[in-house]
Design a protein around this ligand. Structure first.
Ligand code: SAH
Ligand code: SF4
Ligand code: F3S
Length: 472
């Protein structure tokens, strides 16, 4: 899409704010809630802020701006935000801290209404479709000293060419598409992120190529439904320029696999219903694509899956797993599961446990169903009680943890390729890295190995990490 006039305009605002801050040592504090897409958005906000003359601080008391990038996929994030806002009121009064809130929760009217009435001291509210306009919003809040509300309902275009400040120098995320068209009945994401739109193949590959030049080794491709990349564009005859033969998710993987310097490619999240054979073949063929695939299950029961609008049955999910295991060597799987969806009976929940036992996931992200205003799930009459939800959650957790323990045993004695990420947080004499299957491995080694791929022999296993030794 290139640098549009809108991006030029925002760059002018960046310059204006930078001038205002010229002789001051300004700082920002950013709190990110939610998924990797939000983390990637926060890296973009950080990039803009740093170009505007702000340095990052982890202590909000030292900050001139406190920024919240919010998530609303489950209820607990709301309590967290309102708690933090209560704490910040004093800082606002004492030193005129600028408070800005963005992200998914700001697309919910009942939340922005509550902020305006109960926390009127908040300076800037912006949504998911206006993130690129943050420099302009901030400039107006500083210069015109007024409260800014910049939330729109219509999905914005994808803007290219704004700054980004990444958290890591080894691993980077690249958003390949925004929005979601699936409308799973429990989920708020399609309402707050809008409809699916894909970034152009050239913009994505250019970004990955420049990351490779900067020395990045691992790329994670992000989207709510990555394996439908460019599908909407094709279905609706929206023109896009094919580039290096990229016209689908499978061809995107193949093209990125060819980029020199990049050693690992991951992606989240694919949808089981869109896991076509060409995608499976691309994963099998591409040496850099990690063989850990995140395949969200949500429920193992066909009736619950239908109510969730997931568009696959228990059997179809298991058949897909079998097919993938046959075609992709060393495949490992991770998944997301929701317990206590409206109407879920004990018997239906047993199907979820059954699938977990059969598939032997490497990692399971477990969630208690949370009612989201505006979703069909919230309007269903047969909500499950909190007590039952928690009981089911505990049973699932027990099964998952015993599965992980069993699975960890298999690593002991094997050789694993590990991308070294840095010093271990708990033990600074050790280094830490991850296997292809995303397991944390700690080991003794020289710090110049950081950012490199090493071959380790696994010597012991612990619940959440493995211990390794440099091989040879
Ligand atoms: N598009 C991705 C991620 C969506 S959000 C996907 O389809 O996998 C991440 C996870 O949060 C979901 O996979 C789901 O397991 C969980 N989730 C979404 N809405 C939820 C809700 N209302 N209550 C509990 N968990 C939810
Ligand atoms: Fe939500 Fe379903 Fe879309 Fe994932 S695919 S974001 S769970 S609606
Ligand atoms: Fe949350 Fe928005 Fe991601 S609701 S899970 S931050 S897309």
């Amino acid at each position: 899409m290139g640098t549009s006039n809108e991006v030029k305009k925002q760059r002018e605002y960046i310059e204006k704010v930078r001038k205002i801050n010229e002789d001051r040592k300004c700082k920002y504090n950013i709190l990110t809630m939610g998924c990797q897409l939000n983390e990637n958005d926060s890296e973009k906000l950080s990039g803009m802020l740093e170009e505007m003359g702000y340095a990052r601080t982890d202590n909000v008391k030292d900050a001139d701006i406190a920024l919240f990038n919010t998530c609303c996929v489950r209820e607990n994030a709301e309590d967290k935000l309102f708690g933090k806002l209560g704490e910040l009121k004093r800082l606002k009064e004492e030193k005129g801290l600028i408070i800005a809130i963005g992200g998914c929760m700001m697309q919910e009217k009942h939340i922005t209404d509550k902020i305006k009435t109960s926390y009127p001291f908040v300076d800037i509210l912006f949504g998911t479709h206006t993130l690129y306009k943050f420099p302009e919003d901030l400039y107006r809040a500083i210069e015109e000293k007024r409260k800014i509300e910049d939330v729109i309902d219509v999905e914005g275009k994808i803007y290219e060419g704004l700054p980004i400040k990444r958290d890591s120098k080894i691993k980077a995320s690249v958003t390949i598409m925004n929005g979601c068209n699936n409308f799973c009945t429990y989920c708020i994401v399609p309402y707050v992120r809008g409809r699916e739109r894909s970034r152009s193949p050239k913009d994505i590959t250019d970004e990955v190529k420049s990351l490779a030049k900067e020395g990045y080794k691992e790329i994670t491709l992000l989207g709510q439904n990555v394996n439908s990349y460019l599908r909407v564009e094709k279905e609706k005859n929206i023109s896009f320029s094919e580039y290096e033969g990229i016209n689908s998710f499978a061809t995107l993987l193949r093209a990125i696999n060819k980029i020199d310097g990049i050693e690992r490619i991951r992606f989240v999240s694919p949808h089981p219903k869109d896991f076509t054979d060409d995608v499976i073949e691309a994963i099998a063929d591409c040496d850099k694509v990690c063989k850990l695939i995140h395949l969200p299950l949500q429920s193992g029961n066909t009736k619950v899956l239908k109510e969730m609008n997931r568009k696959y049955t228990k059997e179809q999910y298991l058949e897909l797993v079998d097919k993938m295991k046959k075609k992709i060597q060393n495949l490992t799987l991770s998944t997301d599961i929701i317990v206590g969806f409206p109407g879920e009976t004990d018997e239906e929940f047993e199907d979820t446990l059954d699938v977990v036992r059969r598939v032997k996931f490497e990692q399971v992200y477990m969630f208690i169903y949370s009612r989201r205003v505006g979703t069909p799930g919230d309007r269903m009459p047969n909500q499950v009680t909190e007590e039952i939800k928690h009981k089911r959650f505990d049973r699932l957790k027990e099964l998952v943890e015993s599965g992980i323990e069993e699975n960890n045993q298999k690593y002991v004695g094997t050789l694993q390729k590990v991308l070294v990420e840095g010093k271990s947080k708990n033990n600074p004499n050790m280094l830490t890295g991850r296997t292809d299957s995303n397991k944390v491995v700690i080991f003794e080694g020289d710090k110049n190995l950081i950012g490199k791929m090493v071959s380790l022999k696994i010597v012991s296993e612990h619940m959440w990490y493995l211990k390794g030794e440099i091989n040879g």
